[in-house]
Write a protein that binds this ligand. Structure first.
Ligand code: E4P
Length: 216
C-alpha cells in the first residue's frame, strides 16, 4: 500500500520523504489555507520533494473553469495530479484530463456508486473520505470494502486512495481490504511506528547493556 502525506507543511513532507516511506502528497484548499503559503509556490515546492503524485485541487465548479484551472496547475510539474470534486462537471473534467495523460484524483467520494462513476470516467485515483463518513454515522471502512469489490469485479484500474484518515486502525483496515493508497496527516504516519512494547523493550535492553560497561 502506498503512503501519501495529507498536508501542505514542507517540514513534515521533507522529514517523511527522508524515511523513504512517502509515495506522494495530497493537498486541498483547507490544507493550503492552513499552511499560510501561496498555492502555486507551495505546490511547486512539494512537487520537488517527492517523485510521486502531488494532488492539487481545482476550486471552480463548472467544467470550463475546472479545465482552465487544471491548465495552470498541470504546468507546475510533471507529478501534479489534478484533484476534482465528485460532481458531473468534475467527472467530465476527469475524462478530458486523463484522456490527455494527466493524472486525476476524484475527491469527496462518499458512496460506492460515486466511486463507480469516477472509475468509468477514467480517474487515476478515487478518494473516499472515511473519517468524515464515520463522523456522520456511516461506516467508512465498509465503503472501502464495497469500492474494492466493485473495482475488482470489473478490473477498473482506478486506485483507491483512502482519505480523511484519522487513526492507525483506518490504515490497518485499509491495508487488509487491499486499498491502493492511504493519505494521512503526518501525525498518523508517525503514530504507526509506535508500540508500548517496542519502547519497553528498548528500555530493558539499554538497562542491561549499561550493566556490561561496554561501548560500541
Ligand atoms: C485528502 O485528499 C483529503 O482532502 C483529506 O484527507 C480530507 O481529510 P479531512 O476529512 O481530515 O479534512
Amino acid at each position: 500500500m502506498k503512503f501519501f502525506a495529507d498536508t501542505a507543511e514542507i517540514a513534515d513532507i521533507k522529514e517523511l520523504a527522508e524515511t523513504g516511506l512517502l509515495d506522494g502528497v495530497t493537498t486541498n484548499p483547507s490544507l493550503i489555507a492552513k499552511s499560510g503559503r501561496d498555492f502555486m509556490e507551495v505546490t511547486k515546492e512539494i512537487c520537488g520533494l517527492t517523485h510521486g503524485p502531488v494532488s492539487a485541487e481545482v476550486v471552480a465548479l463548472d467544467h470550463e473553469g475546472m479545465m482552465r484551472e487544471a491548465e495552470v496547475l498541470r504546468k507546475i510539474a510533471d507529478n501534479v495530479c489534478i484533484k476534482v470534486p465528485l460532481t458531473f462537471d468534475g467527472l467530465k473534467t476527469c475524462r478530458k484530463l486523463t484522456g490527455d495523460g494527466t493524472m486525476v484524483n476524484v475527491t469527496l467520494c462518499f458512496s460506492a456508486n460515486q466511486a463507480l462513476l469516477a472509475a468509468k470516467a477514467g480517474a487515476t485515483f478515487i478518494s473516499p473520505f472515511v473519517g468524515r463518513h464515520d463522523d456522520n454515522g456511516f461506516d467508512g471502512m465498509q465503503l472501502i470494502s464495497d469500492i474494492r469489490l466493485i473495482y475488482d469485479n470489473y478490473a477498473f484500474a482506478t486506485e483507491i486512495l483512502v482519505a480523511s484518515i484519522r487513526h492507525p486502525i483506518h490504515v490497518l483496515e485499509s491495508a487488509k481490504i487491499g486499498a491502493d493508497v492511504a493519505t494521512m496527516p503526518p501525525a498518523v504516519i508517525r503514530s504507526l511506528v509506535k508500540h508500548v512494547l517496542t519502547d519497553k523493550g528498548i528500555e530493558g535492553f539499554l538497562a542491561d547493556w549499561a550493566k556490561t560497561g561496554q561501548s560500541i
